[in-house]
Design a protein around this ligand. Structure first.
Ligand code: GLC
Length: 453
């Protein structure tokens, strides 16, 4: 038997390009800050990459919201319909997940809305509210230019959606039209919102310091509480002091602002995507791309002869075969243990991997996920510094944050290093913001008796 050669040091060296120094992270913070200001300002908004959309949400929940609401949640891996009962200090919720088949994700906007309306009607039948007229909050997690709480013009698709005839159209109208085409159910659409705002609202229901909402899931994005006076594009009632801003920071880097830290793997993920050149920061962070970044690095090291004895597998060389959940699984193994890693490699047809290979695979996963956590942390620290409040809770949701074993800890450490002294923060998992948050926004709208659409 030949001597086993340990290539780990060489692989570590190759992975250095995935490491971002604090100096680089601080540069990223400066650039993101400038882009946030550009997004908020009237003159620079049209050309800004980080759009900072107004959400028209100006009131946080006060815990007194009551009632029965429907909610729709579109924009992650699944589509869900929910019914939520808000009561005193508690809420109950029932929901059902519906698949969005690929032909609908990439079909026409009309077919997408017809599908949503059909799922909604079926859900109402099953939950015996088919005859009732209910208020609905619609969590629609794509970039919207909002003109009010019930009007939002779709700007671009992200996360693998590409329905035709929808960009430039009002999404609320699209849903209303689909419901009207059916003619069987009565719905009052009270609000359209982003998943980040839902997450913030859901967290703020119990925690009044919650002023940032963050998603690290299929996509990545954040919203925060801004002073109305800073929102130059807002033309409504200036008497309320605050406004939630949907930053759409996934698009940060679309003008090249992140090129100084991007790698060959990032460029390849981007050029193989259905939206090349768009959502550059999102492609370095989120669950839709993380596994593929790992795979591309593994392919490179295999071709260099540093991994698997230079012998890959059909699956390893196949696009998107390395799921992001594998990253979480592999990093969940205790140090020195490779049980999950071995399972994953077997699934990929790489059962010839040695223990040294497994250590290397795990190192690649760690570098990719740590870089994502650091980039998100730089973003959150930028928002915290900009808000300059002594204590802020960040409500967070999304599969990467939820299931990756170290993401939370990595973020706590890095934000603490990057944030201005005197500002303290908490990172809190926000339970089901897209559902409960939608109900809360609808409830606050009812409380304020703003008309529903
Ligand atoms: C994408 C969407 C954004 C959403 C995020 C997380 O970045 O454009 O609206 O909040 O994904 O789902």
């Amino acid at each position: 038997m030949g001597m086993a050669i340990n290539n780990l040091p060489l692989i570590r060296e190759e992975c250095e390009i995935l490491h971002m120094t604090d100096k680089q992270l601080r540069e990223i913070m400066t650039r993101l800050h400038n882009d946030l200001v550009k997004g908020l300002s009237k003159d620079t908004h049209p050309t800004a990459t980080v759009k900072c959309w107004l959400t028209y949400i100006q009131d946080l929940p006060n815990g007194k919201e009551r009632g029965k609401f429907l909610a729709l949640d579109l924009g992650g891996t699944n589509f869900r319909v929910l019914i939520i009962n808000l009561g005193e200090n508690h809420f109950d919720m029932q929901s059902k997940i519906y698949a969005i088949p690929n032909h609908i994700m990439t079909g026409t906007g009309i077919a997408l809305f017809d599908h949503i309306a059909e799922c909604l009607a079926n859900f109402m039948k099953e939950h015996n509210v088919y005859e009732e007229r209910l208020a609905l909050g619609f969590t629609f997690s794509f970039p919207l230019k909002q003109m009010g709480l019930t009007k939002g013009i779709l700007q671009r698709w992200t996360k693998g959606f590409s329905c035709s005839g929808a960009i430039g159209e009002d999404v609320v109208q699209g849903l209303k039209d689909a419901i009207a085409r059916r003619g069987d159910v009565q719905i009052d659409i009270c609000a359209i919102l982003n998943d980040t705002t839902g997450t913030l609202m859901s967290c703020a229901w119990k925690n009044h310091n919650c002023k940032i909402g963050l998603i690290v899931g299929t996509g990545s994005n954040a919203c925060y509480v801004e002073k109305t006076g800073q929102c130059e594009l807002f033309e409504g009632d200036m008497s309320k002091s605050d406004m939630l801003i949907n930053t759409e920071w996934g698009a940060f880097g679309d003008d090249g602002a992140l090129d100084f830290v991007r790698t060959e793997f990032d460029r390849e993920v981007d050029s193989n995507s259905i939206n090349p050149g768009k959502q550059i920061q999102e492609k370095m962070i989120s669950g839709m791309y993380m596994g593929e970044l790992v795979r591309l690095a593994l392919v490179k090291f295999t071709r260099m002869g540093l991994l698997f004895g230079g012998r890959g597998s059909d699956l390893l060389f196949q696009r998107n075969s390395f799921y992001t959940k594998y990253v979480s699984e592999i990093e969940s193994d205790k140090p020195g243990d490779f049980t999950s890693c071995m399972d994953v490699l077997e699934e990929l047809g790489l059962s010839h991997a040695t223990e040294a290979d497994m250590a290397a695979v795990r190192h690649v996963c760690e570098c990719v996920s740590r870089r994502a956590a650091h980039l998100v942390s730089a973003g959150i620290a930028t928002l915290l510094n900009k808000m300059n409040e002594p204590r802020v809770t960040v409500g967070i949701d999304g599969s990467v944050y939820r299931f990756h074993p170290h993401f939370h800890t990595l973020m706590c450490e890095k934000i603490a290093q990057l944030v201005q002294p005197g500002i303290s923060f908490d990172l809190m998992l926000s339970e089901d913001g897209s559902g409960r948050g939608a109900a809360l926004v609808a409830a606050v709208a009812c409380r304020e008796s703003l008309g529903c659409a």
